[in-house]
Design a binder for this molecule. Structure first.
Ligand code: FMN
Length: 141
């Protein structure tokens, strides 16, 4: 099983409708392809963890990387893992506001003060995975 974690910046501020649309497509495709994972959106920044079979992960990531709705993709992990982190979610999702993120993460500077959230926030895949796990645990579905 393969895991990819990346962060990116959206090209514009997503409306709720746009997020719903993005998640709908992602969940349908991921269910079809046997993928699971979690997506975090905050201050025009995405952080996503995707897990599944090698071929499916690779082709999905290629589609995602070519998506004009975001840019500056930075891959944080591309590794073999023994088991999925979020086996029940075709794509878990959390939209966090800056204050919430600042409360949860030591040293985080809200994007309103510093526009480039991702390079500052996500220093490595460990931080990314921890962050996703934190929101996964707290979320209600
Ligand atoms: C931040 C972000 C995350 C995405 N995550 C997924 C995903 O997990 N699975 C997926 O199939 N598509 C995902 N997409 C959408 C793909 O880029 C692409 O639009 C979609 O896979 C095309 O599917 P379709 O050919 O069924 O329309 C994501 C796009 C963005 C911008």
């Amino acid at each position: 099983m393969r895991r990819i974690v990346y962060c990116s910046q959206s090209t514009h501020d997503f409306t709720p409708d746009e997020l719903v649309d993005l998640l709908g497509t992602s969940r349908d495709n991921n269910e079809r392809d046997g993928l699971s994972g979690m997506l975090l959106y905050s201050s025009q920044s995405f952080l996503q963890l995707l897990e599944g079979g090698d071929a499916a992960i690779r082709s999905t990531y290629e589609r995602i990387a070519a998506d004009p709705r975001h840019m500056n993709l930075r891959k944080l992990a591309d590794i073999d893992v023994p088991a999925p982190t979020f086996p029940d979610w075709t794509m878990g999702f959390e939209h966090v506001d800056d204050e919430e993120l600042a409360d949860d993460l030591d040293g985080f500077t809200p994007a309103t003060l510093y526009p480039l959230v991702n390079p500052d926030l996500i220093t490595n895949a460990g931080v990314a995975t921890t962050l996703l796990g934190l929101y996964a645990k707290n979320r209600v579905r």
